[in-house]
Design a protein. Structure first.
Ligand code: HEM
Length: 320
């Protein structure tokens, strides 16, 4: 087994213990960085005595089955997650800001959904766990390699000072993507653990789903219809024709109401995805689309809240 040392970091092979995470993208070279707790006074997981750690793990496992559905509904169990505002958080933001331009924002925000959106309450699989780095060859993830590459640059810099999980980097990167395009400022907690491998396949919504299919899919992930509509507003970024591709605003909802893809809409069938078109045909979704089209502040507020919920989906926090 190959082991190497890179700067001041210990780099081990993929078969490392449960508290390791991939430092490189290529599955053929799955180096892992030794995990360090992000708790301010807890610099290495090895500081914890094995018996007390066993007790923590045992009590976590014992209580987990009954806690899981509730933890998702209440935004996941974050009691031990590191709150934003620490110097580690600022470091992550700073390094991300260096690599994230407006032009790269859409891809990065999509990356967040493709990592976190695999979560399902019933089998408690998937979620915001960095597994996207193992899933880049999947057809639904076409085009996301370049977004991971962009973030890899920042992650390498951050890791040299304070090792960070892919899940945390991607969660914070999404907030930066929204902010750099003029959207709301969102803060998220840190302390997500990375998955050692890919999530199950087929968990992301297909673009051909109708509104009831979309609602069912999002409900299985713990999101209400209102949250489905608020999250879908992310499509305001990118080149699907909802206003400027690099402005995070409520033009998604305004354009949906115009239905430009219909013959009477008179513009282009190329605007939006079938799943976007489906939302506006559903009365419950339509009510929210109208509210967000009229009131951008309400959209920003709701998007902020549901974004935090998205990036906490299925998370295993460091201290668990
Ligand atoms: C509601 C179900 C959803 C479906 C079916 C869906 C599907 C898609 C598809 C097919 C694309 C086009 C990809 C391409 O250009 O090749 C796309 C783009 C995008 N999606 Fe979604 N998506 C959904 C929800 C979301 C959510 C919840 C987010 C984030 C919170 C998101 C963020 C984005 C962004 C930002 C883009 C533009 C990417 C770019 O232009 O580079 N999507 N989505």
């Amino acid at each position: 087994m190959m082991c190497s040392r890179v700067s001041n970091r210990i780099v081990r092979c993929a078969s490392g213990g449960e508290n390791s995470y991939p430092a490189k993208l290529q599955p053929s070279c799955l180096s892992t960085v030794k995990f360090r707790s992000n708790k301010p006074n807890d610099h290495a997981s090895s500081d914890v005595s094995s018996s007390s750690r066993r007790a923590v793990i045992f009590s976590s496992i014992a209580t987990l089955p009954c806690l899981l559905p509730l933890t998702h509904i209440f935004g996941s169990l974050q009691a031990n997650a590191m709150p934003p505002g620490t110097k580690e958080y600022l470091l992550i933001k700073e390094e991300l800001r260096k690599v994230l331009t407006k032009g790269k924002a859409a891809g990065v925000l999509r990356l967040v959904f493709h990592d976190a959106g695999t979560f399902e309450i019933d089998d408690n699989t998937g979620g915001m766990n960095g597994s996207i780095v193992y899933e880049l060859e999947r057809p639904e993830n076409t085009g996301l390699k370049k977004s991971v590459k962009v973030l890899q640059k920042a992650k390498t810099q951050i890791d040299a000072i304070h090792p960070v999980s892919w899940a945390d980097v991607i969660a914070v990167a999404g907030t930066e993507a929204v902010e750099v395009c003029g959207g709301p400022t969102i803060t998220v907690s840190l302390g997500r653990q990375d998955s050692p491998g890919p999530d199950p396949e087929g968990k992301l919504p297909e673009e051909t789903l109708d509104a009831s299919g979309l609602k069912r899919c999002f409900h299985k992930k713990g999101f209400s219809t209102q949250e489905l509509v608020a999250l879908s507003g992310a499509h305001t970024l990118g080149s699907k024709g909802f206003g400027s591709p690099t402005s995070f605003d409520n033009s998604y909802y305004k354009v949906l109401l115009e239905k430009p893809w219909t013959p009477s809409g008179g513009m282009s069938t190329m605007i939006g995805l079938p799943s976007d078109h489906a939302l506006v045909e559903d009365d419950e979704c339509l009510r929210w689309i109208k509210k967000y089209a009229e009131n951008e502040n309400m959209f920003f507020e709701d998007f902020k809240n549901v974004y935090v919920k998205l990036v906490n989906s299925g998370v295993k926090w460091n201290s668990l």
